[in-house]
Write a new protein. Structure first.
Length: 217
């Protein structure tokens, strides 16, 4: 099967090594402040999910504020309509919990980064053959860093990004197992999207980036 043209993982993703996943189901009121806090503390690649109120508008607004300085993506993409809306909002990439040939074709065809979810070796390779930029190993917490290391044995040419239950303590182990970056939700965001402390969010962001730098040193 001919492999579609694919985008390579961006410097914003690979150099910082973490993608915060912003998912706020109650309100989108705090999204702009949370995005700004993360960026102010060194984050350069962010995912805002489709089931976050005003998520698409927040991506468009942040793109206007930061331009190409920050890479913004839409997560929990479940339909081609979501892909269309992500492109219109100025997103650079989309993320899905699963692998879907129709979504892959839409994302790759629009020149967007495509990060589909997969778990088994068969699913990972299928996602890669469909043109994934990197494959989101999800849910990573079910098997942990050792599983990622075993996956990379036979498929070490596929960039993997573990997501789902990734904690600060496990970040070095995932990187040592071969992850190009990690996706982090609750352990990083805490209650910030519900109006929680922004200074505390900034501290967690700096702590994650420090851990990643130390692990790579």
């Amino acid at each position: 099967m001919e492999t579609p043209a694919r985008r390579t993982p961006s410097r914003a993703l690979t150099e910082t090594g973490v993608v915060p996943i912003l998912r706020g189901k109650r309100t989108g009121e705090h999204l702009p402040a949370v995005i700004d806090t993360l960026v102010d503390n060194g984050i350069r690649c962010l995912e805002i999910t489709t089931n976050t109120p005003d998520g698409f508008a927040a991506v468009a607004a942040a793109r206007s504020r930061y331009g190409d300085e920050v890479e913004l993506g839409i997560g929990t993409v479940l339909s081609v309509e979501h892909v269309d809306a992500a492109e219109q909002a100025g997103a650079a990439f989309i993320v899905s919990p699963h692998t879907d040939p129709e979504l892959a074709s839409a994302a790759v065809g629009r020149g967007l980064g495509y990060y589909p979810g997969a778990f088994t070796a068969t699913e990972v390779l299928t996602a890669w053959q469909l043109g994934a930029t990197a494959v989101k190993v999800f849910p990573a917490s079910v098997a942990g860093p050792r599983y990622l290391k075993e996956l990379r044995g036979p498929i070490d040419g596929v960039p993997l990004m573990p997501t789902g239950g990734v904690t600060l303590e496990l970040v070095p182990e995932y990187l040592a197992a071969g992850a190009i970056a990690v996706g982090m939700g609750g352990p990083l965001l805490g209650d910030a999207l519900d109006g929680g402390s922004l200074p505390a969010l900034g501290e967690r962001a700096r702590a994650v980036l420090d851990v990643i730098r130390e692990a790579r040193a």
